[in-house]
Write a protein that binds this ligand. Structure first.
Ligand SMILES: [Zn+2]
Length: 311
């Protein structure tokens, strides 16, 4: 375990329009009790999380935080947080995470990066999600990945095997000349999509053909034995082939009945076909397998907000 001592930092706070609240930086420190900002303590108990956002540190609170007079004036009620900037935001977050997990009664350990996961407010589940490295490991710390990176694809929103992808477009389409290679970071899904979208068009000049074929091959080879149908299932789901996608996800779910990301993908598939009821059922199932699975919690928070907004 890394030892850490309380330390002092200077900071400014900002309002929701990124305007600073005061000119001259003030002093704060991170300690065993919480974070002190200009002599007012925010206890760990009241802090839900600290996250980086575009060079700022966002301190989000749990439901009804007890805040001092000054901190209250920086409080952004819409987001239940305060936003600060400091030269030391990385150190502040690290110290905060270490102190906070030290205060936690129940913890788990990530099977990938050995980060301590605070398990105080979570139900016992087969799997656990690590916020630091985004990996899913089982409660004994066993990992699935065979060295490959699996996570939510930033391009498609599905859980997938991630890697560098290239889209080759060398053709004339709708009277417009395309002559470009675009780089992406994303799932196998993308390699398959680029193939289906562009292979025929690329036959026009042939330049884009080999690359497109290689990308397709890369996306289809060397699959993890537990996720052999994953890329295909995701692609079917994105094409709106719900039944085919559901069949393929179910196949994998039979091998890994509690694995949260498979339920998550199926839920997303239902969500895309506007079946929110079925989507919620599978989101629920993904939490039964991993009660802190953040991608699911994120979507559920969004759905709840949307519901509130429409009422
Ligand atoms: Zn980790």
């Amino acid at each position: 375990m890394i030892e850490i001592t309380p330390f002092v930092f200077s900071f400014r706070t900002y309002n929701e329009n990124k305007k600073r609240n005061f000119l001259i930086p003030q002093l704060g420190n991170v300690n065993e009790q919480g974070i002190t900002l200009s002599n007012e303590l925010i206890s760990y108990h009241d802090i839900n999380s600290t996250t980086f956002f575009e060079g700022y540190l966002v301190i989000s609170f749990s439901k009804y935080p007890i805040l001092g007079k000054e901190i209250s004036s920086w409080y952004i009620s819409k987001n239940n947080c305060i936003i600060l900037k400091s030269e030391m935001i990385k150190d502040i977050k690290l110290a905060f995470d270490l102190f906070a997990t030290r205060n936690a009664v129940t913890t788990r350990v990530c099977g990938h990066c050995e980060n301590t996961i605070d398990w105080d407010n979570h139900l016992d589940s087969q799997y656990q999600y690590c916020d630091e490295c985004h990996s899913i490991s089982d409660k004994h710390g066993l990992l699935f990945s065979n060295g490959e990176q699996f996570d939510i694809c930033p391009e498609t929103g599905y859980y997938d095997r991630l890697g560098k992808r290239k889209k080759y477009e060398y053709f004339i389409f709708n009277k417009k000349l395309y002559f470009r290679t675009t780089k992406y970071f994303g799932g196998d899904n993308l390699g398959i999509e680029f193939f289906h979208k562009n292979i025929l068009k690329n036959c026009m000049f042939l330049i884009g053909v080999p690359g497109t074929l290689i990308q397709f091959y890369k996306a289809n080879q060397g699959h993890h034995p537990d996720f052999t149908e994953l890329a295909e299932a995701n692609f079917a789901s994105r094409c709106g082939e719900l039944k085919e996608a559901a069949d393929l996800y179910t196949k994998m779910q039979m091998r890994l009945p509690y694995f949260p990301a498979l339920h998550y993908n199926l839920a997303i598939a239902y969500l895309q076909s506007n079946n929110e009821e079925m989507a919620r059922r599978y989101f629920q199932k993904s939490l039964e397998g991993c009660s802190n699975y953040e991608p699911t919690l994120k979507v559920l928070r969004y759905l709840t907000q949307k519901e509130r907004g429409s009422n």
